[in-house]
Design a protein around this ligand. Sequence first.
Ligand code: GLA
Length: 388
Amino acid sequence: MQSASEAINNFKKHFSGDCRVFFAPGRINLIGEHIDYNDGFVLPAAINKGIWFAIAPNNTNTATFVACDFDDTFSIDLAEVKNINGWQSYVLGVLHILQKEGYSISGFNCTFGGNVPAGAGLSSSAALEAGLIYCLSQLFQLNISRLNMALLAQKAEHAYPNTKCGIMDMFASLHGKKDHCILLDCTSLEFTYFPIVLDKYDWVLINSKVRHSLNDGAYNKRREVASSALNMFKSVNQKITSYRNILPLMVEQLKYALNEEEFKRSLYITQEIERVQAATKYLQEGNLIAFGKLMYQTHNGLSNLYNVSCPQLDYLVTQASFNNAVIGARLMGGGFGGCTINLIEKESREAVVANITTCYQNTFGITPEVYVVESSNGVHELLNEQQF
Ligand code: GLA
């Protein structure tokens, strides 16, 4: 689905009466990967790709969803919400959590769909969850702050799809601000907006088309290992309460007390926490060249220490690094597939992308998709036709 109008037309096709229309963006993350659940800082931005919802109460106790992109309809009695695999799991997780936490909702009709590709690391699932919570909060005057909506969306994802994700994706979808990225302290949940000043560069996403799925266990396993390594650090030094208190050097010194996985994961985490702090400074100074170097370092860490890359993503980053016009590249999001994020000089962008595309096609027989993304505001209602 490419526009709000399509969501509205689908609503009219399936239901009668008026509807309200909302947009929930996907996100990119400039740097700070896999540290939102490890006491780190992240630098995401909401993007102009996302999910549109056309929605209205229906004066019953039944919620009916039309997933336009899957051409699929699903109804559930709100008193009988239970988990079902597939796209339903994300919306059912939201209905479950809202009711569990005491929010009173009634039946509604909803058509939704979007242009944020699923499984590409752009957080289509967080956009769906955060967007639905926002819609329901508006429809039924639930009066939930954006921060609490993000926390509820995270709980929904933990409860039903069973990915023990961090807070970054839903937070970014709800708090995005056009032309800005968000420096989010994942411990205190305090945040600051930074203007994205790109000068002569573009953020370009290259979708490897290797579909990543975070609920197959590998993501949760990363979280478990990170947590068991942290417990070891805590047991050695009572002053340690979080990864924030641990420097990479300390990880090296305590290598003997960790198994190999714990060592590699915690080394990456502590390095990435330091990197984001340096990256933020470079961003403030407008030093994108230095920022880009850190992106490559993040990729190395994600590939060799956190082990969440795959041959296709490694290839895309290596090919990017052969071009002088690419000043930074790395896999983005949870990994195991999805997109790389690249910082590319505007004037050479098309030639560079064409070159990477051809090499990738020749090596893997896959044509990657390329998106030049723009930042966007967080989840919001579209109030007039100009916005549709
Ligand atoms: C996924 C998760 C996020 C975050 C990233 C990796 O997108 O949903 O919480 O952990 O992976 O940075």
